[in-house]
Design a protein around this ligand. Structure first.
Ligand code: FE
Length: 179
């Protein structure tokens, strides 16, 4: 039982944290329009019918998080991952040439470090939307694993910066996503 005048447990639960946050903590972020519906210019085109909406570029862990939208059946270049990937499908479906399974709306996928695969949006799927959190590098390769190029958080920042400059949002627009 509570003593007289002692604050009830439920009252303490509603008290905000009273101490300073860590001195070196980075600013938090909230993106209310994570789907990029308000201003379509936030979508960075990567190829015809392929665009990404950046959510975070993590330059201290070599990681980025974005929503990818593919609006036509087709393929994403074969690549090997140096780090792991978490994915969550919001709409449509896709699969890898290297696997039997099909990712569908509501699916969660983990791509392990070291895996090489080729993403396919199948015929009949006119819109695929998936959240990806990518750590490390996408190393683009030929079918035998020979390197043909790469992407990482820094090339993705460069692409976003170029796009935001071109569409009038300004080169500085990308800064809000960087931690
Ligand atoms: Fe991948």
């Amino acid at each position: 039982m509570n003593k007289p005048h002692a604050p009830a447990e439920t009252d303490l639960q509603r008290v905000p944290y009273q101490k300073p946050q860590p001195h070196d903590m980075r600013p938090d972020m909230v993106i209310h329009d994570a789907m990029g519906r308000v201003d379509p210019r936030v979508w960075v085109p990567l190829a015809e019918h392929v665009a990404v909406r950046p959510l975070q570029f993590n330059v201290t862990q070599g990681q980025y998080t974005h929503v990818m939208r593919v609006t036509k059946a087709g393929m994403i270049a074969r690549h090997r991952h140096s780090g792991g990937v978490h994915a969550w499908v919001f709409k449509g479906r896709w699969h890898y040439l290297e696997h039997e399974w099909v990712a569908e709306e509501g699916s969660y996928i983990f791509e392990p470090p070291g895996e090489t695969h080729t993403l396919v949006v199948p015929e009949g799927c006119t819109e695929m939307v998936t959240l990806f959190q990518v750590t490390g590098c996408l190393m683009y390769v030929d079918p035998q694993g020979g390197s043909t190029g790469y992407d990482d958080v820094f090339t993705r920042i460069d692409k976003a910066r170029s796009h935001y400059t071109a569409v009038g949002l300004g080169a500085g627009f990308v800064e809000q996503f960087i931690r």
